[in-house]
Design a protein around this ligand. Structure first.
Ligand code: DC
Length: 217
């Protein structure tokens, strides 16, 4: 049976943790589209290509083979996931993700993957653009403070030296750029179910999503 699940929402709303768990339950391939934008940012910054240098950015993306294995992005044969969540990538990714040509190329790749596999995909424009026809769409939110707290704990656990206030400012700044960019801004699809996870546990959110899918299969 064909099942496609779209999960959108702002940074730190718990999309990836939840999507992985729901994906496991329904045997879906988990595609973290944010990691694809992060991979472009990583490579571009390594090569000193600014987000305004669209021609070089497009050439760069054409050299990047991206696929997912065990929920993680493999870039040109290498697992680069550790690097993708570093603070310097988080600070710059919204700028690269706001470039129309970058989005066009990554949306194309995302749709190609969804044609081959049953997927659960998370991002900002999955329900509105990438998988407009997805049978199941969810829009996951949480207050900026709660999202900053979650990111802070995640980074501290990885022994990365960070400051809560700084993370909160970054989250607010990223929300603003992602929601106000001209092309495919972060917005809830009309037919998406909104879940505010501020005072919910991961388990509760997963259960809510799984119950909805099971009842509507
Ligand atoms: O989900 P994330 O925080 O890892 O995403 C990183 C950035 O990529 C985020 O600032 C917005 C952008 N992004 C996007 O524009 N569209 C997507 N489908 C996924 C992420």
């Amino acid at each position: 049976m064909r099942i496609t699940v779209a999960i959108d929402g702002p940074a730190g709303a718990g999309k990836s943790t939840i999507a992985k768990m729901v994906g496991e339950k329904f045997n879906l391939m988990y595609i973290n589209t944010g990691s694809m934008y992060r991979a472009v940012t990583l490579k571009a910054m390594e090569k000193d290509i600014s987000y305004t240098d669209v021609n070089n950015l497009c050439d760069l993306i054409d050299t990047m083979e991206m696929h997912f294995e065990n929920d993680e992005l493999i870039l040109n044969g290498k697992n680069v996931n550790e690097k993708l969540t570093m603070p310097n990538i988080s600070s710059n990714v919204s700028n690269y993700a706001s470039i129309a040509e970058v989005r066009e190329k990554l949306v194309y790749l995302q749709r190609q993957i969804s044609k081959k596999y049953n997927v659960i995909m998370d991002g900002r424009d999955i329900g509105t653009v990438v998988l407009k026809d997805a049978a199941f769409k969810f829009f996951l939110t949480a207050s900026p403070e709660e999202r900053a707290r979650r990111r802070y704990k995640e980074l501290i656990a990885k022994k990365i030296d960070v400051n809560y206030e700084h993370i909160l400012d970054e989250i607010k700044r990223r929300d603003y750029i992602d929601s106000n960019r001209e092309i495919d801004p972060l917005t809830k699809a009309k037919d998406a179910i909104e879940i505010d996870s501020t005072s919910m546990t991961i388990k509760e959110v997963v259960e809510k999503i799984c119950t909805h899918i099971t009842l509507n299969l």
